[in-house]
Design a binder for this molecule. Structure first.
Ligand code: PRX
Length: 658
């Protein structure tokens, strides 16, 4: 077991004073019966019908859970449904066609509104276009788009025809896109000419073109013209203009393909402990049920709400809580293309105010930035429409939690700190805002129907207050079914560590460390593997290291996480060079460029430290754990077992001022 990061960095020392949910909130909450925990316990696994019954099924399911091939669980497996029909058609049939589905806010103040009818039309037209391009059921369609409406439209169009989508975050590099398309054997790509980054036009198509040069397969590409004359582009062979296609297929409708509950809905690549990203497979029934249920029960979304999850659809949060969860419930989901500080630091609050947003969900890294900027920005706006606040993606310490609660929520809105992962599909640990007390710094108990346990190295549950590994001892509907790269890797990555197959005892291992208190509230402490969480985004240190060692002149490298006030963790690179090379600025620049080329700007290091050698054990293993402690100014244990202990003092002196 790799335990490079100890028990996590951003550990809140203590949880803050508890808050009861405000009564004005409780009176209207979707879920208010405290008995739900016990009921779900008694009725497990049938309790999850509550989630599945939020959906419309083409063929009703009879079996809730099949567990005879654990850990390859199957949920609602004899049922069939279509995710796009659940997000669109049924709302039209219910007479809600003029209700707003998506409110899009562009980077430069542009606005677009899609009613459910508008969205239905666009999705159908694009589904017809995809079919015409040759996309068949089960073909993987890669989508490489920024936060523009065409992104959710394309996802739903894929879902409509039963083609799994694989959305690649637009900020990832050409290499990262190529790796993902190659791994998924994807022959279809939707991208755009470019997008605005702050004031500038940024070329996305050239990245997509470069990616294709690295692929063996022929790719059919659709290009959205986002920038018009600001960035002219030319279409090559087998490249099609998105808007021309919509015009060609104007008014066409495509019957939603009934999918078995266990058919794949999408693939989402995420960082793992090796350099190879993992293709997490989510299926149609269980995922959609879990996403819809948690949008209802945890985020308290109602169809008449204006709800805003300020994440990017390129990651799982946006899949579950900008697209599938809210649209399945028929609410209005806000989609924002820009950043929180452009053109000014009150941009988000201006959007909340103008749209009378009811629910706001964001990452702790954003909350820490708001706190740093100060209360004057939210105070410029009327935020009284807000009813509930949420966070996701990283631990939130009590201080930013409290700031969010007071300055954004006016002590009137519950704050849900939701723990989950790409692999869990949807929220797994959180308070239920209409029932549970909130404890700043703790996510809360496992949701009803889940069984979160904090265990030691032997899989034995630790006592309250002690740290251990966060595991889930029962399956849940939104869980990843496997990895696209193979069942074997799925088992080794998540199940082997704490399961006992001989006893048919299966434990999912999250890769996180956590602690539980006397009331069952879980504080998640951070990753214990080679994954670091930079501003809420998951990066593999191994993957970054391999980009660094690709650079000419680099002999060895170690990448660790370094605590940062705003990002939670920053990327810190230690390098030793081959003789003849030194820290002349050119190598440093080449390292940063290589990381950006192989992953993207999100992995850009804040510290690159050159050292004559890296600290190693006598057997030659680089002591990354120690380097992490050095980067974070922590007390170091005994270093005498190192082959070269003297190097530590040199590195400490160097890193001190950075
Ligand atoms: O370390 C945990 C952290 O984010 C990881 C999952 O990252 P990803 O798959 O990219 O999904 C992020 C959005 C769901 C987890 O292993 N994490 C997520 N939520 C929390 C968290 N850490 C602490 N508290 C949370 N609420």
């Amino acid at each position: 077991m790799v335990d490079r990061n100890g028990w996590g960095r951003d550990r809140p020392v203590l949880t803050g004073s508890p808050h009861s949910p405000p009564s004005s909130f409780v009176e209207q909450a979707n879920v208010t019966d405290p008995g739900i925990y016990e009921t779900f316990e008694e009725q497990w696994p049938e309790c999850w019908e509550r989630a599945a019954d939020l959906l419309s099924w083409d063929r009703p399911y009879e079996t809730v859970l099949e567990d005879d091939d654990a850990p390859f669980y199957r949920w609602f497996s004899d049922g069939s449904l279509n995710a796009s029909a659940n997000c669109l058609d049924r709302h039209l049939e219910a007479g809600r066609k003029t209700h707003t589905a998506i409110r899009w806010e562009g980077k430069h103040g542009e606005r677009e509104t899609y009613t459910y009818r508008d969205l239905y039309v666009a999705v159908n037209e694009f589904a017809a276009a995809l079919r015409d391009l040759g996309v068949e059921e089960d073909d993987v369609v890669t989508i490489y788009l920024p936060m523009i409406p065409e992104l959710p439209i394309a996802m739903l169009a894929c879902a409509r025809i039963g083609a799994p989508h694989s959305v690649v975050f637009a900020g990832l590099s050409a290499d990262a896109l190529a790796t993902r398309m190659d791994a998924a054997d994807s022959e279809f790509l939707l991208t755009c000419d470019g997008y605005y980054r702050r004031g500038d036009a940024f070329n996305q198509k050239s990245k997509a073109d470069n990616a294709q040069l690295k692929l063996d397969q022929d790719v059919r590409t659709v290009v959205v013209d986002r920038l018009g004359d600001d960035l002219p582009h030319v279409l090559g062979d087998d490249e099609h203009d998105y808007h021309d296609l919509l015009e060609t297929f104007g008014g066409e409708t495509v019957d939603p393909v009934p999918r078995d509950a266990e058919d794949m809905l999408f693939l989402m690549y995420t960082s793992g402990t090796t350099g190879e990203p993992k293709g997490v497979v989510h299926t149609t029934g269980g995922y959609l049920a879990h996403a819809a249920w948690t949008t209802h029960a945890v985020l308290d979304v109602k169809p008449e709400d204006t709800y805003w999850c300020a994440a990017d659809i390129g990651w799982i949060t946006g899949h579950s809580y900008i697209v599938y969860g809210p649209l399945a419930l028929g609410t209005t989901t806000v989609m924002y293309e820009g950043t929180p500080d452009y053109p000014d630091r009150d941009r988000l609050w201006e959007i909340v105010d103008r749209n009378a947003v009811d629910i706001f969900y964001t990452a702790p890294t954003a909350v820490r930035a708001f706190m740093k900027w100060g209360a004057k920005y939210p105070e410029r706006h009327d935020l009284s429409s807000l009813r509930l606040l949420g966070t996701v993606g990283e631990p939130i310490s009590p201080r930013p939690w409290q700031w969010y609660y007071e300055h954004i929520g006016d002590e009137r809105c519950p704050v849900v700190d939701t723990w989950w992962q790409t692999e869990t599909g949807a929220v797994t640990i959180s308070t239920l805002p209409g029932i549970d007390e909130m404890k700043p710094g703790a996510a809360g108990p496992g949701l009803p129907g889940t069984d979160a346990r904090i265990v030691d190295d032997d899989g034995i549950e630790v006592d309250p207050g002690e740290s251990g590994y966060l595991t889930l001892a029962r399956p849940w509907p939104g869980m990843a079914r496997t990895l696209y790269d193979g069942d074997e890797r799925f088992r080794t990555e998540y199940w082997d560590r704490f399961s006992d197959p001989d006893d048919d005892e299966w434990r999912y291992f999250s890769g996180d460390a956590a602690r539980v208190d006397e009331d069952g509230y879980i504080t998640v402490l951070g990753r214990v593997d080679d994954v670091i969480n930079v501003a809420g985004r998951r990066l593999s240190t191994t993957e970054i290291e391999s980009a660094v060692t690709d650079v000419g002149g680099v002999a060895e490298a170690a990448v660790v996480g370094r605590s940062s006030e705003t990002n939670g963790t920053d990327v810190c690179v230690y390098v030793s060079t081959e003789s003849g090379y030194d820290d002349d600025g050119a190598v440093r620049e080449a390292i940063v460029d290589s990381i950006e080329a192989s992953i993207g700007a999100i992995a850009r290091p804040t510290t690159v430290l050159f050292t004559p050698e890296l600290p190693k054990t006598r057997s030659g293993k680089i002591m990354r754990r120690l380097l992490e402690d050095v980067a974070n100014g922590e007390e170091l244990g005994d270093t005498s077992a190192l082959r070269n202990p003297e190097i530590i003092g040199e590195i400490q002196a160097e890193i001190h001022d950075r």
